[in-house]
Design a protein around this ligand. Sequence first.
Ligand code: 9MR
Length: 372
Amino acid sequence: MKIEKCKTASIILAGFLVISCNVKKDSLDNGSSLKNAYEKDFYIGTALDINQINENDSEVNNLIATQFNAVTAENIMKCEVIHPKWDTYEFDLTDKFVAYGKKNKMFIVGHTLLWHSQLAPFVRKIKSKDSLQLFMTNHINTIAGRYKGKIDGWDVVNEALNEDGTYRKSIFLDLLGEDFLITAFKLAEKAAPDTELYYNDFNIEQPKKRAGAITLLTKIKNSGARIDGVGIQGHWSLDGPPVKEIEESIIAFSKLGLKVMITELDVSVLPNPNKMVGANVEQNFAEDPKMNPYTKGLPDSVQVKLAQRYEDLFKIFIKHKDKISRITFWGVNDGQSWLNNWPIRNRTNHPLLFDRNNKPKLVYEKVLGLKK
Ligand code: 9MR
C-alpha cells in the first residue's frame, strides 16, 4: 500500500514537472498568438516544408495560420528543385506556397535566387563565363518574373561570404568574379520591380564576417543596384553568439540604410562538435549517443535556459524594432528542424517555440510575455 502511494505521488510529481515546463494545454485556444503580440513591431515568420505547403496536417496548418504572418519556402525554391534542368522549371509547389501565403494574408519570402549550395547538377557542369551568365539571367528572369507582384521579398543572394569576410569560393565567383552579386541584384530588380531584395547569410553578426558583409553591401549599394535589406540568419545556440554582437550588427546594418531581418532563427540546445557555429551544410560529424542527450524530451533546466536565451534575443529585437522588419523562425516545430540532422544526423534537437506535438513550450510563453 505504501509503495503504491509512493508510486502515485511520484507519477503526480513527474507529471507536474512536465506540465510546469510546457504551457497550459489550452493556452493557444485563448487566442494567444505571436503575430498578434508583435504586430506593431515586425513580421513573425516561419519556414514551410513540403508537407506544410500541401496542408497535409490540419493541426500544423492551424498553428501556422494563427501564429505567423510571414512565410519562407524552406527548400522548394532552391535551384535543384525549382530549376532541375537547363529548360525545365518546376513551379507546382511554389505556386501552392505563394497561394498559401496569399490566402493567409502573409508576407511571402522567396528563398533563394542565387546560392552556391543545392544547385542543380547541370549548373555545376557549366564551364564558361557566358553560359553561367546566361543561366543566371534565365534563372532570375524566369523565377522572379513569374512571381512578380506576388512574392514580397527575395533572398537574392545567399551565403556569398567566408567566415573571415572574404568572398566564398563558388562557381559564381570563379567564372563571373565578385560582381556576380551586383548583376544578380540588377536582374532581380528588373524582373520583380516592386519586390524587396535582400542579401542573406549566417554568422554575419560576428565581427569579422560582419565587416565583410558591410563592405559587400556597400559595394552593391554604390553600384546603383537596389538592395532593400539584409538577413542575419540567426542559427544560434544556448551559449552564443553574445547578444552584444547581434545588437551591434543590427545597428551597423541599419546604418547602411537597409532593413534588418532575422531570417532563419533557431537555438540549438545540443552539444556542439568543435564548437561550430552557423550553418555550413557541408560540415557533418559521426553519430554518437553522448551527443544526443535529449531524445526523451527536454529537461526542465534546459527549457528554462532556452526560454532565457530567446528572451534575451527578443529584448534586443524589441529595442531595435525601428530597424527590424521581420523575425522568421526556421521551421514551425521542433520535429521539422534541420538541426535534428546537422551537424550530426538523427539527433533530437529542440530549437523552436513549438515542440514535436505542436504544443507551445515554456519559451513561447516567455517570448509572448515580453509583450504583455
Ligand atoms: O533547412 C534546410 C534543410 O532542410 C536543407 O536540407 C538544407 C540544404 O538545402 O537547407 C536548410 O536550410 C538552409 C537555408 O536554405 C540557408 N541557410 C542555412 C539553412 C540551414 O542549413
